[in-house]
Design a protein around this ligand. Sequence first.
Ligand code: AMP
Ligand code: MG
Length: 493
Amino acid sequence: MPFPPAPPVLDHGLSWQHHFAALGERFYVPMQSAPMPAPYWVGHSAALGAELGLPPQWMHSDSWLQALCGNAELEGSKPLSSVYSGHQFGVWAGQLGDGRAILLGEAAGMELQLKGAGLTPFSRMGDGRAVLRSSIREFLCSEAMHGLGIPTTRALSVVGSDMPVRRETMETAAVVTRVAPSFIRFGHFEHFCHSNQHEALKVLADYVIDRYYPACRGDSRWGGNPYIAFVAAVTERTAHMVAHWQSVGFCHGVMNTDNMSILGLTIDYGPFQFMDGYNPAHICNHSDQEGRYAFRKQPQIAYWNLFCLGQAMVPLVEDQQTLIAALETFQTIYPRALALRFAAKLGLPEGTEAPTELLESILQLLASESVDFTIFWRRLSHWTAAQDPADASVRDLFLNRDGIDAWLSSFANLHTPPDRQSASRRMLQVNPKFVLRNHLGELAIRAARQKDFGMVADLLKVLQSPCDEHPEHAAFADFPPDWAPSIEISCSS
Ligand code: AMP
Ligand code: MG
C-alpha cells in the first residue's frame, strides 16, 4: 500500500443493511478497496445523495471524498465482490465476477458499489481500475437514463486521481459510485446453474423473488410455479426496458448476459451511444466487428439473453414447456411496448398504439437520410402545436421534401385542430431535447482531463430533466459536429 488508509468515516447518516452479504460466501468474497493517491471530485449527483439521505454537504466533505474512492471505509459497510458468469458475444465465457466493483452494502433500499476501486479475485487479466473517460460516461449516462425515465442503475459520484492506468494509451484512474436496488445479473444465475451449484441457485432465486419479485409467490399463472413467474416477470421488465431504449435511439453496445440486470435495469455503461443520425444498423462498439449488438438487433439479443436466464433456471423447474411459454411472452410484450412508446412520441393519448404504417414510413424516411433522431422528434413535437405550413423546421431536416410533406400530411390527421396543443405538450414530455451524445461526453472528458469539471456538471443538470428547455445550454441540443463520427468507443474502459 503506497500510503496509510484514511480513518473510517463515522456519522455518515447511512443506515446499512446487508441482505446480499447474508446469502453467504458462496456468492462473494469479502474485499477491501485499494487506495488511490490524491483523489478529487469530478462529478456528483446531489439529487441521488438526497434520495439516499446523505448529509447535505457530502460533496464538499473530504471524508466522503476519501470514502467514495475507496481510501476510507464508511463505518458499517461490508465491502465484497460477487461472483457471476456469462455469455459474452454469444459464447459461454465461464466465470467472470466483479473484477473491479466492490459492493459496500445497502442504504435506503439501495446498494452502493464502487466501480474501479482495485483488484479483486475476479479481476482476471484486468487491473481492477476504471479510467476517467469511461467513468464520466457511465456517471452521466446513468443519470441521463434516469432523467429519461428509463430503468437504470444510478451514479452518485465520480472521483478521479492522477494515478496512471494503462489502456491503449496511458490514462488516469477514477471510481464511480453506482447505486441500484440490486446489481444481480442474469450471469449470477448462469454461474450457479452451470457450475452445478443448484442448491445455491435456489437460494439466489428465492432471495431475488422474495426481495424484488414478491408477487411471483402468489401468481396463479405459470402453473403456480414462482420460478417460472419470476422468469416471466424478468422477461416483461426487460422487454419494456429495451422498447424504451429503441424509442430514444439508445444503443447499449455490449449486451452480454453478465451485463443484463435481473431487475430489468440498464447496467454496465461501456461503449454505449445515443444515435445521432438514425441508422437501424448502427454499431456503436468498435470491438463488435460483426455487429452482434447493432441497434436494431437489441430486442432479439435481449430475447436470446432471456433464454440464457431461462436455461439457468432449468434445475429449479420441471415443467419446461411452461418455462418456454413464459420466455415467449417477449414476442408479444416487446412489440406492444414499442408501439406504445412510439405512439407517445407521435402525441397519441396514453394507451393508444402507434399506427404501424405511419410509424414505419417515418422510420424509413429517417433511415434513408440518416436524419438526426433526437432533433427530428423534438422539432416534430413543436411543429405539432400549430402545424403551420410556413414552419419548415421539420421539413428542412430532409432532402426528400415530397416524402416528408406527404408523411406530415398523414401525421396531421392524427390530431384534430383542437387537440394539437395538448398533443404537442405530451410529445415534448417524451421526445427529449437533450441526450448524452458521444461528442458531448467527449468534450466533457477533454475538459475534465484539464481539471475543468464544469461541463460534467452542466451536462448532468440538463440530462436530469432532458425534456425541459434549459435555454442557457441550448448548444447541447445542437447537431453533432463534423468530428463526432470519428469518436471511437470500444470495450476498453
Ligand atoms: P465488461 O465488459 O465491462 O462488462 O466486463 C466484463 C468482465 O471483465 C467483468 O467481470 C468485469 O468485472 C471484468 N473487467 C473489465 N474491466 C476490468 C478491469 N480493468 N479490471 C478487472 N476486471 C475487469
Ligand atoms: Mg460488465
